[in-house]
Ligand binder design. Structure first.
Ligand SMILES: Cc1ncc(COP(=O)(O)O)c(C=O)c1O
Length: 391
């Protein structure tokens, strides 16, 4: 029922399931809880990035900046995208409060109330709630676990109509770790273009891949004028709390986004923008180190899961999550996640938090040291064995 205290727009937004689990975990009284649910790197922000913010603040860079961000940062972002083959220009880049704001402002810009937003799932849930906030209707398209949640272009294209305002393509995927096939993604952009819809390419995990470097969608498509690229410092540079992200896309979109930005936030935190310049233009060594550590842990977590009876996980190609098939266990993914928390003191994200298709999965983050991963999976194995598997 509508809550008269708040707008219908907000009242219609369900709290995220992952948040419910965080709340349960913070109320859970145990000495040694193993957190494997978190979606952020466990590495410190590189020292040269922190120094750049401190220097900027000390040098008086503490005022508002242009709404779209400081020139040096927009240039650095455009340079990085151009190095990946995207036809980027600083004048078509807007700096935002994380990738999450870039996504929301893009959705506000490219959809009208009543439009549909196509979201292949399982997916990071924010675009679904953002679409609702924007007055649009999210249309989840469940990808098939049978082929490892591969990007099913035919299925996605079937849902694109003249009502479609945007299609969200997140590769590498959170939660599946899948890097989508480039040709399949291109076909979806072609279909979106035929219906005057945009494709929002959420590429916040682009630098954290293990087997091959993925293409940026805006670099390969025949319709770059229909693609908005979203990225951020959060995952790549271990800067989740700095809140610096961006979008790059066609001029009408970035101009409109800047207008909204002017009304809603003015600009991103100024010293944080200088920190982002240092991240993008300074040494890449910390990123490579982190990526190598994640790759090592990715292999370790998948090998460890392989040794647990009755469950399985495809080897993630990017991001830092293992998406584990728990369909052989009893209960929903939320029930299994709660059992794991209450009886075994391990926190994992229930697959149902990621929309249709994720119900029979748990997401374990390997943005954690190996010791903790081992301890968490030892306990998970105990749960599986206590359920009578592998006896
Ligand atoms: C797929 C995906 N996109 C975007 C974001 C947003 O990250 P941020 O706003 O910190 O840049 C996240 C964060 O978890 C994510 O998983």
């Amino acid at each position: 029922m509508a809550d008269p205290a708040v707008s219908n727009r907000v009242a219609g937004i369900e709290p995220q399931q992952i948040r419910r689990l965080f709340d349960l975990a913070s109320d859970h009284d145990a000495d040694d809880i193993v957190h494997l649910e978190l979606g952020e790197p466990d590495f410190p922000t590189p020292a040269h990035v922190i120094d750049a913010a401190a220097v900027a603040a000390r040098d008086g860079e503490t005022n508002y900046t242009p709404n779209a961000g400081i020139d040096s940062l927009r240039r650095a972002i455009a340079d990085r995208l151009r190095a990946d083959g995207v036809d980027a220009d600083p004048d078509r880049v807007v700096v935002t409060t994380g990738g999450v704001e870039a996504l929301y402002l893009t959705l506000l810009t490219v959809t009208d109330p009543g439009d549909e937003v196509v979201v292949p799932t399982p997916a990071w849930p924010n675009p679904l709630s953002q679409a609702r906030l924007a007055g649009a209707t999210p249309v989840p398209v469940p990808l098939s676990p049978a082929d490892g949640f591969a990007f099913d272009a035919d299925r996605i294209i079937d849902t694109i109509t003249d009502r479609t305002g945007a299609v969200i393509v997140t590769s590498p995927s959170n939660p599946t770790g899948r890097v989508f096939d480039t040709a399949a993604m291109e076909r979806v952009v072609d279909a979106a273009a035929r219906h005057d819809a945009y494709v929002i390419a959420d590429e916040v995990y682009h630098e954290l891949t293990y087997d091959r470097r993925p293409d940026r969608l805006a670099a390969v498509t025949d319709h770059p004028e229909r693609v908005v690229t979203i990225d951020s410092c959060s995952k790549t540079y271990s800067m989740t709390g700095w809140r610096v992200g961006w979008l790059s896309g066609p001029k009408p979109v970035t101009t409109a986004v800047t207008k909204i930005h002017e009304s809603t936030t003015s600009c991103v935190n100024t010293p944080a923008q200088y920190a982002a310049v240092a991240a993008l233009t300074g040494t890449d060594a910390p990123v490579r180190e982190m990526q190598a550590a994640f790759e090592y842990r990715r292999d370790a977590i998948v090998d460890r899961l392989d040794a647990i009876p009755a469950v399985s996980a495809p080897r993630p190609e990017g991001a830092f999550y293992a998406f584990v098939d728990v369909s052989a266990l009893s209960g929903s993914s939320m029930e299994i996640a709660q059992q794991l928390l209450f009886e075994y003191d391990v926190v994992a994200a229930p697959g149902s938090a990621f929309g249709p298709g994720g119900e029979e999965y748990l997401r374990f983050s390997f943005a954690n040291d190996l010791d903790r991963i081992e301890r968490g999976l030892d306990r998970f194995e105990q749960l599986v064995r206590d359920e009578g598997h592998g006896a």
